[in-house]
Ligand binder design. Structure first.
Ligand code: 13P
Length: 259
């Protein structure tokens, strides 16, 4: 594997937490805690949509080396889609990444693989990098069919996507049983599925492209386990929920990922 060629990505998914002043405060604390980002590491924060502009400007993210990401997007360019946000709207607030297909959106908002496919294509066409999430529920893990389950999500969600560079896509493997539960997959579990995801990516995009696409792990990632996770050859970083809401913990994860 060519892990040394892939930049580790530590991405914070703030989910539906923090009001505007709290979000801006968290962002400035993070900018202060990370005056320098270790070489070979990239840092991303994904605040709620309504806070993107303020966190980017007043929180100082856009004038730092930390990237700004969104948590959701609609695939249509404009129109009667009450409550939704287009790719162009995200571009206008200087978003460079966007999470799609998170298990919480699949479960609570009934989003399908086909929805993710349309979102991924609209984002790549608009120059925003999708962070495509996949992951199995506990019963699938127990049944032992998790690799097939996750690879089917990757295939259906990304089929027909056209990439000219591996930097146009990030995949995040987030086993649902490990999200917000404190039950982290072991680094070996994460490696097993991230490697299988890469095989699926090679089938979709060719081996060379797949070798350059970052595959992250998410699910109770924290300062205590990040080093072990990113030491695995196919785990190229983490999508972090709870621990990204504390600037000290998140900054510590960034530093440990670069050590
Ligand atoms: P936790 O880190 O809180 O388990 O959340 C993971 C996640 O869902 C990130 O998208």
């Amino acid at each position: 594997m060519t892990q040394s060629k892939r930049t580790v990505l530590i991405a914070g998914n703030w989910k539906m937490n923090n009001d505007l002043p709290e979000g801006a405060k968290l962002a400035s604390e993070l900018v202060q805690a990370l005056p320098e980002i270790p070489s070979g590491v990239e840092v991303l924060v994904c605040p709620p949509t309504v806070e993107l502009k303020f966190v980017g400007c007043h929180g100082g993210i856009l004038s730092s080396s930390i990237k700004l990401g969104a948590q959701n997007v609609h695939w249509e360019p404009s129109g009667a889609y009450t409550g939704e946000t287009s790719v162009a709207m995200l571009q206008s607030v200087e978003v460079s990444y966007c999470i799609i297909g998170h298990s919480e959106r699949r479960e609570y908002f009934h989003e399908t693989d086909e929805d993710q496919n349309k979102k991924a294509k609209a984002l790549v066409a608009g120059g925003i990098v999708p962070v495509f999430c996949c992951g199995e529920p506990e019963e699938v893990r127990e049944a032992g069919t998790y690799i097939d389950y996750v690879c089917a999500q990757v295939k259906a969600g990304l089929l027909g996507l056209e990439l000219s560079s591996p930097n146009q896509l990030v995949v995040a493997y987030e086993p649902i049983w490990a999200i917000g539960t404190g039950k982290t997959a072991t680094a070996d579990d994460a490696q097993e599925v991230c490697a299988a995801v890469r095989v699926q990516l090679a089938e979709l995009f060719g081996q060379e492209m797949a070798d350059g696409i970052r595959v992250l792990y998410g699910g109770s990632a924290k300062p205590g386990n990040i080093a072990e996770l990113v030491a695995k050859p196919d785990v190229d970083g983490a999508l972090v929920g709870g621990a990204s809401l504390n600037a000290r913990d998140f900054a510590s994860m960034v530093l440990k990922a670069g050590a």
